[in-house]
Design a protein around this ligand. Structure first.
Ligand SMILES: O=C(O)CCC(=O)C(=O)O
Length: 272
């Protein structure tokens, strides 16, 4: 349960650093499930993994029950409900592996009507020069959000050797130094990046979408389905985001069933 102060911080800065949400035993289980997901993903890749900058995979199948279940965990889902209402929709629990030393500055969406929250759970202690998530507080709101597109940036993901512009670590930003067990909740529109990560940086992410309430939000949601379809193709996923097992809702959870119905209605399941 968030305090009123945390809700105000979320609204103002666009993120919350929630420390020690998951305990050491849970982190051990997460690490074991993460390894399973990573190994399976590497095995399924068509081309050699080499030192691919990033690998992503869904954690919503029967092999990763704890990570799949986090979507319905009241410590996480309850926060999303507090921020976006009881009708918020749990959409994804993913694994992410980073092998590069940077993630360039970017927001996850530009659209002010596509609202939602991502919870990032990094599995190693991370500092400012070792890959901790950096955020620009308040950049989920316009005009700052839009103005940031005009700032020349170097240190791109593709390692082009741009000579001008601000490097990732030169942007005025907040560094979320984190420990395993922490969750960093951020608005999809918030500008974020990381710098100095190793070739084996591990993160799990859990995402919730706002249930659209206006025509603009409905349009944004429809566009998001198309984006998700393209992203999944680009990431070369070999299995759907939502596994048949998850969609069969074996525990007959009412909440999950509402999400499944919503995901089918908006054609996210089709886009898998
Ligand atoms: O940790 C990172 O390098 C970036 C994470 C990120 O961009 C994301 O989860 O959207």
């Amino acid at each position: 349960m968030l305090t009123q102060q945390q809700v105000t911080q979320w609204e103002t800065f666009g993120f919350l650093h929630l420390r020690g949400v998951l305990n050491a035993d849970e982190i051990e289980v997460i690490n074991a499930e993460y390894d399973k997901g990573l190994n399976k993903t590497r095995d399924l890749m068509d081309s050699p993994v080499g030192n691919r900058r990033q690998l992503n995979w869904p954690n919503m199948g029967p092999d990763t029950p704890f990570l799949a279940g986090l979507l319905e965990d009241p410590r996480i889902c309850g926060v999303a409900e507090q921020l976006f209402g009881d009708d918020v929709v749990g959409v994804a629990s993913n694994g992410n592996h980073f092998a590069g030393d940077r993630t360039e500055w970017h927001p996850d969406t530009h659209d002010p009507h596509m609202q939602g929250v991502k919870f990032a759970c990094y599995l190693q202690p991370l500092g400012s020069e070792s890959g901790a998530l950096r955020v620009i507080p308040g950049s989920h709101k316009s005009p700052l959000h839009d103005d940031l597109f005009r700032v020349p940036r170097k240190d791109s993901n593709r390692r082009q050797e741009e000579q001008t512009g601000l490097g990732v670590s030169e942007f005025p930003a907040h560094v979320c130094r984190s420990e395993p067990g922490d969750l960093i909740a951020f608005n999809f529109r918030l500008w974020h990046a990381s710098w100095g990560g190793t070739s084996d940086r591990r993160m799990c992410s859990i995402m919730y979408y706002n249930n659209p309430k206006t025509p603009e939000e409905e349009t944004a949601n429809r566009q998001m389905v198309a984006i998700v379809r393209r992203v999944h193709e680009g990431l070369e996923w070999k299995e759907p985001q939502h596994s048949e097992h998850w969609l069969s809702n074996p525990q007959k959870s009412e909440k999950r069933q509402r999400w499944i119905d919503w995901l089918r209605r908006w054609e996210y399941v089709d886009a898998d």
